[in-house]
Ligand binder design. Structure first.
Ligand SMILES: NC(=O)c1ccc[n+]([C@@H]2O[C@H](COP(=O)([O-])OP(=O)(O)OC[C@H]3O[C@@H](n4cnc5c(N)ncnc54)[C@H](OP(=O)(O)O)[C@@H]3O)[C@@H](O)[C@H]2O)c1
Length: 301
């Protein structure tokens, strides 16, 4: 791909990641954002991506596209346990429909995947060739999407699995912890799940690089290093606090104290070496990326 005359479709353009993908498009690239419901000013087109005819019409009316970054998904991890069929329609079927349209147009597809395809039993960072074994409905439906995309468009699909996202748009864990810490005296946060918090400010440019220069197959993409949700809460809450500021006491606890409908992997650190080789650098260390995000977002400590 030679950037400059590109016309790229970004699905889920109003979402946490998709909105950042739209904002970080390379200069000269025309981007068309879509969502299920048209979101004025952010995404121009409302399309149900699980309907093949709607996807075909999108490509016919707003294309020709030279590439697609597919971030749209059903992302309510706990609710998916009760609504697996709906989650499968969006995470599985829609991903397959988008990939089939990309195959027809013979253009590359970057489809965003998740660490939740793994069961968390590994003792080292998950490699792209490790065998998935999802613990939750969300993980199963996202894996179905990976497989549908690879089957529909094997030469052009790049699956980019990521994890623990936060960013300027939408609700996310660091923001929730900062808000709760200002209201409460004590916060209990789970300290037995390990992953890599990843800023959309870091991930979005990497997705563009995979679209432009990657080859088909799976990539892992997360900020460098790892921590627990407790570590992340402490880092997020303490960022920018002058010494002596009153804030909630943050107390580590076990996941068993907060039973949730969906089982989550206890360890889901991703080996991102394929992406690092492609870009010549890794995503920023998670703590540095968090500080950049909190600094840029202008949030009061
Ligand atoms: N958040 C995380 O921590 C995390 C971790 C690992 C992987 N991921 C993956 O990263 C991607 C982005 O996640 P996110 O947190 O940014 O998601 P998000 O904020 O929930 O945004 C999802 C977007 O998908 C759109 N969408 C849903 N159903 C659709 C349909 N049938 N047709 C068209 N558009 C539809 C939504 O549009 P409407 O608002 O109009 O419904 C929304 O804009 C997803 O693939 C997710 O699985 C996320």
């Amino acid at each position: 791909m030679i950037w400059g005359a590109e016309r790229v479709l970004v699905t889920g353009g109003a979402g946490m990641l998709g909105s950042q993908v739209l904002l970080s498009a390379p200069d000269g690239t025309t981007v068309i954002g879509t969502d299920l419901v048209e979101a004025g000013g952010v995404t121009a087109v409302g399309v149900d991506l699980a309907e093949a005819e709607q996807v075909a019409a999108l490509f016919a009316e707003h294309g020709p596209f030279t590439g697609v970054i597919h971030t749209a998904a059903y992302t309510a991890v706990d609710a998916a346990e009760e609504e697996e069929e709906l989650a499968l329609r969006i995470n599985g079927q829609a991903c397959g429909c988008v990939a089939a349209a990309c195959a027809e147009a013979d253009v590359p597809l970057v489809a965003v995947g998740t660490d939740f395809v793994f069961d968390g039993t590994s003792r080292r960072p998950y490699r792209i060739e490790d065998v998935p074994n999802p613990l939750s409905a969300y993980g199963r439906t996202k894996l179905a999407g990976e497989r549908a995309a690879m089957e529909a468009h094997p030469r052009g699909t790049r699956i980019v699995r990521t994890q623990w996202l936060y960013g300027p748009r939408g609700r996310h864990f660091p923001g929730t912890m900062r808000a709760l810490a200002a209201e409460r005296e004590e916060l209990k946060v789970v300290d037995d799940q390990v992953g890599s918090p990843t800023s959309t400010l870091e991930l979005a440019p990497a997705l563009w690089d995979v679209l432009a220069a990657g080859s088909a197959g799976v990539y892992h993409a997360a900020c460098e290093g790892s921590c627990t949700w407790y570590d992340l809460a402490v880092a997020a809450v303490e960022a920018g606090l002058p010494d002596g500021t009153e804030r909630a006491r943050i107390v580590p606890c076990m996941s068993a104290e907060f039973p949730r409908p969906a089982h989550r992997p206890t360890y889901s650190v991703l080996d991102c070496s394929r992406l690092t080789r492609l870009r010549g650098r890794s995503l920023a260390p998670w703590r540095e990326a968090l500080m950049t995000f909190l600094g840029d977002s202008g949030e009061e400590p």
